[in-house]
Design a protein around this ligand. Structure first.
Ligand code: HAX
Length: 425
């Protein structure tokens, strides 16, 4: 029988709730983590203090979505990944078609959103435009509407999922609109019945390159979908959502975090760095030239974007997936060749430099070369693409938390004075 995403998830809820109650009741006092002073000062790195079931990042293996390595899922459609993030299962062919139909039905972007975007200064960052558009759409929130009617807590997830579908149905259209408004690309292109990745590429107005642009976009949206719960954007979305703010507030807030250069904005910085090396050396630089430029960057006390990670300690499998795509289609592209060469050189330099705990490339090191090749040359826009995908993780995490009644986030902070007292003890 063909089921909707809502029906499939609804059937899972009783078991999930029971499991959580049992864990809390029988093992609630079990210690799973400790926190040192270095961790309290250092961004809580490694402190286990929240639950996220959509995905896990294994330091030595990379991203696992619902127990499966991202490399095994790279050929799935973003819509299938959205379903999988929420339910841990995959839709049948008919269920996928139904989900796509529902997303299209939720896909109308209100006119006031376009007016807001068009009124923004031409110098606004595309991430500020995307986040503003999502926040402006808060007016559409089913959750806010239902909550104000006084619905029971056990039903919060229903309207949260409705909002999630609304955001998922519109975010690629909004993002494409941001691109066309910001870069004077002419009229907005209306959505069609294509799958999300293909339609997004089309609405941006990119040349199709015999279907390769759509293939690249699907891959891009699938690979960036989620990265467990503690990263800045997921954690921010979680915290805002835990106050029962609706998904429009929470996702917009999370994406504001993604806009930071140490997080999602790194992909814009990465391509910039690659193009700077090419500029400096007049084309694809040699390995020696890259090595010299890497040292120049480090000696100027700057980071090499796209390298290092707070959790990962190996080459990010998402970088590997982009690299494989590049080797298949872009072998002769000098930007891709430079990215590939940087991959050979920079880990050795970072190891010698001795600071970065992880000298290997993360997801942002390679994606820009592909986007650039297929005509997306405005790298200031790249984090918007990342956001369209990452919204899937944020939204599904929020629906799960509503279904499970996860309480408001409130870690305890301590003062430096208190820390000093502890040390004396
Ligand atoms: N180049 C130069 N120095 C680096 C570095 C890099 N790529 N990565 C880490 N370091 C430095 C850190 O700046 C830090 O130096 P200080 O002690 O002087 O502050 C030191 O090495 C130890 O840092 P770490 O423990 O290895 O890394 P963190 O967990 O603190 O930070 C970052 C992880 C991803 C923020 C970091 O590696 C970095 O700044 N990388 C470059 C930016 C980047 O690629 N960000 C995207 C990450 C993926 C992501 O979230 N995408 O959205």
């Amino acid at each position: 029988m063909t089921k909707t995403l809502k029906e499939t998830f609804e059937a899972q809820i009783p078991k999930l709730r029971k499991e959580r109650v049992k864990l809390m009741k029988e093992h609630g006092s079990q210690v799973i983590s400790e926190c040192t002073i270095a961790q309290a000062i250092g961004g809580m790195r490694g402190v286990k203090g929240m639950v996220c079931d959509t995905s896990v990042v294994e330091p030595d293996k990379g991203l696992y979505i619902r127990g499966k390595s991202i490399l095994k899922l790279k050929d799935k459609l973003p819509e299938e990944i959205f379903w999988n993030l929420l339910t841990g299962t995959f839709p049948t062919k008919n269920e996928l078609a139904l989900l796509q139909k529902e997303l299209r039905a939720a896909g109308k972007v209100p006119d006031y959103v376009w007016k807001v975007l068009k009124a923004m200064p031409k110098t606004s960052h595309p991430m500020a435009m995307l986040d503003t558009a999502i926040l402006a759409m808060e007016n559409e929130s089913a959750y806010r509407r239902e909550y104000s009617k006084g619905i029971p807590k056990t039903e919060y997830w229903i309207s949260t999922l409705e909002d999630a579908m609304r955001i998922m149905g519109t975010i690629h259209t909004i993002a494409a609109g941001v691109y066309r408004i910001k870069y004077f690309k002419g009229k907005l292109i209306k959505p069609s019945k294509r799958d999300m990745g293909a339609d997004f590429a089309r609405m941006l107005g990119l040349p199709p390159h015999k279907g390769q642009t759509a293939e690249m976009m699907r891959l891009y949206l699938t690979l960036h979908c989620d990265h467990e719960g503690g990263n800045v954007s997921a954690n921010t979305c979680h915290t805002v959502g835990s106050a029962l703010s609706d998904p429009f507030y929470a996702v917009s807030a999370g994406l504001n975090g993604l806009a930071g250069p140490l997080h999602g904005l790194a992909n814009q910085e990465c391509l910039n760095w690659i193009l700077e090396t090419m500029d400096k050396f007049g084309g694809a630089p040699s390995e020696k030239e890259i090595e010299d430029y890497a040292w120049e960057t480090l000696n100027a006390h700057k980071v090499i974007p796209g390298y290092g990670h707070a959790v990962l300690r190996v080459t990010d499998p998402r970088f590997t997936a982009f690299n494989q795509f590049g080797k298949k289609y872009l072998k002769n592209d000098p930007v891709f060749q430079t990215v590939d060469r940087v991959f050979k050189v920079v880990p050795k330099v970072l190891k010698k430099h001795g600071k970065a705990a992880n000298p290997w490339p993360n997801v942002d090191a390679g994606s820009g070369a592909l986007l650039y090749h297929y005509g997306l040359t405005q790298f200031e826009y790249y984090t918007v693409l990342f956001s369209v995908s990452r919204a899937m993780g944020m939204l599904t995490q929020q629906v799960l938390n509503r279904a499970l009644g996860t309480p408001i986030t409130r870690p305890k902070s301590v003062s430096t004075k208190w820390l000093k007292k502890q040390v004396k003890k």
